[in-house]
Design a protein around this ligand. Structure first.
Ligand SMILES: Cc1cc2nc3c(=O)[nH]c(=O)nc-3n(C[C@H](O)[C@H](O)[C@H](O)COP(=O)(O)OP(=O)(O)OC[C@H]3O[C@@H](n4cnc5c(N)ncnc54)[C@H](O)[C@@H]3O)c2cc1C
Length: 281
């Protein structure tokens, strides 16, 4: 048996996390699967657990000077209902699990779980999301691509809690979020793709693309994106084959029970090609 703490304030939660190195439990939808015991009732937690899922200080969405601030324990369902949340993030969330899981699951949990198939991640990468990590004695901000280190691995310290996700919503004219799964609901991604484009007249003013579930962490390349930014539509069309070649080197999927590496890579590249051709030709 381990202690399960239910603090009433964030400060108390941080103290417990710091002192006991407790496992942070938000919605529990990943943790309860990981800690399940096939026979018997108690879950298999090997350390104390601190429950943050009801802390008011970790709930809600606000906007300041064009920057959106999402508290880490905001549920996926609450994000879907919030008018401040940009549509690409809502598209990703509505592709996740089923309503019951979305009612419990949080955005902070999706990030800290650091699954390559985490569906909010490609969107948050393209938004250049920054994460606020707090301990009793420190607060630091870490870009999401520096926070997620590999499958299930993050840069969080054992006394820290992710408290907030913030990003400036980029101006874009068109975007797509595509999740490829076995079925529409309750299926983890075989792969996912997030693309966005902004135009200034005939020229590409901004382009961002991110791929999920095709490498140990989300694939996003600013170098590749810069190859088409500033170019006219015609110029971009002639660069597309080179761009696909660039992403082909970065996309390094695996074979697993959900899909094959071959399928993941080919479909990812075709989704990018389709997105660019649709909006640039
Ligand atoms: C049936 C089912 C279907 C699912 N479908 C999808 C899907 O389609 N797409 C998808 O991406 N995911 C899916 N998931 C996974 C899961 O629901 C999401 O990842 C969810 O967002 C996790 O949030 P949570 O609050 O439940 O996390 P928890 O289970 O509470 O925590 C997950 C991890 O993050 C850590 N953590 C959580 N919050 C914090 C914090 N604030 N600070 C520090 N560490 C923290 C925990 O210690 C743990 O390591 C599914 C899960 C189930 C059971």
């Amino acid at each position: 048996m381990v202690n399960f703490y239910i603090p009433e304030t964030l400060q108390q939660a941080l103290e417990i996390r710091g002192k006991e190195k407790a496992i942070v439990f938000a919605g529990g939808t990943d943790l309860m699967v990981r800690a399940r015991v096939w026979f018997g009732v108690p879950s298999n937690f090997d350390k104390p657990v601190v429950y943050i899922g009801k802390l008011k200080e970790l709930k809600g969405v606000s906007m300041q000077d064009g920057v959106i601030h999402i508290k880490a324990a905001t549920s996926l369902t609450d994000l879907l209902d919030d008018p401040l949340v940009p549509q690409p993030l809502k598209d990703a969330i509505s592709s996740m699990a089923a309503p019951a899981i979305r009612n419990m699951g949080t955005i902070g949990g999706n990030i800290c779980n650091a699954s390559p198939a985490g569906d909010t991640l490609p969107v948050l990468y393209t938004m250049d999301a920054v994460l606020t990590l707090r301990s009793v004695s420190s607060t630091r901000e870490v870009p999401i691509d520096e926070f997620i280190l590999g499958p299930g691995k993050t840069a969080i310290r054992d006394d820290e809690i992710l408290t907030e996700i913030s990003f400036k919503v980029p101006q874009f004219d068109v975007y797509t979020f595509r999740k490829v799964g076995t079925r529409k609901a309750n299926a983890l991604s075989k792969l996912s793709f997030m693309g966005m484009l902004a135009f200034d007249g005939d020229r590409v003013a901004d382009f961002r693309a991110a791929f999920g579930a095709v490498a140990p962490t989300v694939v996003r390349s600013r170098d590749a994106e810069l190859k088409i930014i500033g170019k006219t539509r015609d110029e971009v069309v002639s660069v597309i084959p080179e761009l696909l070649g660039d992403y082909s080197k970065l996309i390094r999927p695996i074979d697993d029970q959900r899909s094959t590496a071959f399928y993941r890579k080919n479909v990812s590249l075709r989704l990018l090609e389709h997105f660019l051709n649709t909006h640039l030709k």
